[in-house]
Design a protein around this ligand. Structure first.
Ligand SMILES: Cc1ncc(COP(=O)(O)O)c(C=O)c1O
Length: 385
């Protein structure tokens, strides 16, 4: 085979899918594994949304759409951003994407050159590092510390800004720690970006998934007009991971380029998925508060449970559906601990290091599972030590 591109060797995948494969191998051998590795809600897409998608297919919404998305959905996004972020973007700023992930990829392709520096959270969502590496950029990690409840500290960001810094990626509510940044912290990062002429990509896929804290956006001051890009999507809070639907709000000139990335890569997002998205944003949304009520119960159950396991200590996450216990006192490292849980307690989790070097000493539980399974898992973990 001829030599693959340099980029092909630099891009990398996600540990969650590797652990899932290991767990499924054990299941084939007759083991009963309790799954906490995959980051998706354990609920089905609400009926009104599913029906809107089906109706769209039957009504022949099965053709190409404009690459930026159907007008109805872009208008719904415009209203949504006004309601939830406090500013009303122009329609030309709004681009519909097949899931949030392409939004990360395209906004990084549109802003980062080889040799640039990209600042992002560690532990953090692996895609930022993967795409940064693919682009030949240098990843500059901001350690998220337990002492700071895993929130990104603007002072740490400030210290790491150089002339080469091109982009800061912010994710709040955060994967894998469940931390939620304050308005003050997010505004400070936006102001640093303005001062140093840097782009900000704000990944807000868990925006409607907070418990005690409110969600704020790093794009609020700039209104996504000059340098900030808002990324959000339907995957998590509408339980629509498989539909593949997200949106970007970007400065107009950038949105035009993003449109061409979309044309070149996927042409457009699936038509019927977009129509389901219109129903999600404009129809009954009681599903979300119901789901969050259940997630809060699960959060409290798993955090209490983890805190009674010798060697474990766990902060209560403020958002998303991830618990990120400190396991340093078990004497194992993250990988050893995750393997121990899989092979000795039949519990699948992810090592904190799957999210970067500063995840060492922690493991991630995606607690999108039943209360009963959470209880059984805690018992099995306790017995395994
Ligand atoms: C922080 C973060 N961003 C983006 C995504 C991907 O979202 P989507 O499935 O809509 O592409 C995830 C999924 O786990 C995530 O945790």
């Amino acid at each position: 085979m001829p030599e693959l591109s340099k980029g092909a060797h630099k891009i990398y995948g996600e540990a969650a899918f590797e652990v899932l494969a290991k767990a499924q191998e054990l299941e084939r051998k007759g083991k009963h594994i309790i799954h906490f590795e995959i980051g998706e809600p354990d609920m089905e897409t609400p009926k009104n949304i599913a029906e809107a998608g089906i109706k769209a297919i039957l009504n022949k919404k099965t053709h190409y759409t404009p690459s930026v998305g159907i007008l109805e959905l872009r208008k719904a996004v415009q209203d949504e951003v006004e309601k939830t972020r406090g500013y009303r973007p122009d329609l030309e700023q709004i681009v519909i994407t097949p899931g949030l992930k392409p939004g990360i990829f395209f906004s990084m392709l549109a802003t980062v050159n080889p040799g640039d520096e990209v600042i992002y959270q560690d532990p953090g969502y692996p895609t930022y590092g993967s795409v940064s590496s693919f682009l030949g950029a240098k990843g500059v990690l901001i350690p998220l510390l337990e002492e700071n409840e895993f929130r990104m500290n603007p002072d740490d960001v400030k210290k790491r800004i150089t002339k080469k810094t091109k982009l800061i990626i912010v994710n709040s509510p955060q994967n894998p720690t469940g931390s939620v940044m304050t308005k003050k912290e997010l505004d400070e990062i936006a102001m640093l970006a303005e001062e140093h002429d840097i782009f900000v990509v704000s990944d807000e896929i868990y925006s409607k998934m907070t418990y005690e804290s409110k969600h704020f956006s790093a794009t609020a001051i700039d209104e996504a007009k000059e340098r900030t890009v808002l990324l959000d999507g339907f995957s998590k809070y509408f339980a629509m991971t498989g539909w593949r639907l997200g949106f970007m709000v970007a400065p107009k000139k950038m949105a035009q380029r993003l449109q061409d990335f979309l044309v070149s890569a996927v042409s457009c997002t699936a038509a019927f998925t977009q129509w389901a998205g219109v129903e999600a944003l404009t129809g009954d949304q009681s599903f979300i508060s119901e789901m969050m009520k259940r997630f809060k119960e699960k959060r409290d159950r798993i955090v209490n449970g983890l805190n009674i396991i010798p060697g474990f200590s766990c902060l209560s996450p403020r958002g998303a559906f991830y618990a990120f216990p400190n396991i340093k006192k078990t004497g194992m490292n993250s990988q050893e601990c995750a393997d121990h849980l899989l092979y000795n307690a039949d519990v699948a989790t992810l090592p904190g290091t799957a999210f970067g070097p500063f995840g060492e000493g922690y493991i991630r539980f995606s607690y999108a599972n039943t209360l009963k399974n959470i209880d059984v898992a805690i018992e099995k973990i306790k017995e395994s030590f």
